[in-house]
Design a binder for this molecule. Sequence first.
Ligand code: RP5
Length: 166
Amino acid sequence: MAQKVLLVMGSDSDLEQLTPAWKTLESLGVAYEVAVASAHRSPDRVLSLARTARDKGFGVILAAAGGAAHLAGVFAAHTTLPVVAVPIVFGTLGGVDALLSAVQMPGGVPIASVGIGGARNAGFFAAAILSATDPEVAARLEAFRQEQASKVAEADARVKSKLAGK
Ligand code: RP5
């Protein structure tokens, strides 16, 4: 059975910023489940989600949080599945704090991270991880890349034609 993505957010206030992640997963036909779980407000819930994720068929975890965002690190502490942080734009530091919390993990328990507010890329990256063992997802990713390249070629032609008409 195809592996799924577990998309966890630290608060329901993160939901809107995560929309591009689940939309991207849907566009690629990747199954996902969402959960709200906070590393500091509901640590037992995070622990339970992390420890059961592999047996439930998840292949990658996207952990979205803002502020001093330890959600991804705590997930990684309790599972050997790949964990990708999605730093949320929030508060005085606008997401820089969440980004640094993710990318500065001490050695031994790594997490990856997309950029601040990088939910769309989180969807693509999760799909890329699953594509290592799922040829159907790999084919859909390849098709998307080709479509994207075609759009660049069309933009190139448009710009050239516009400038030629001046
Ligand atoms: C983080 O604190 C959440 O992930 C969210 O980005 C931020 C604010 O949460 P709320 O106070 O809106 O619930 O833990």
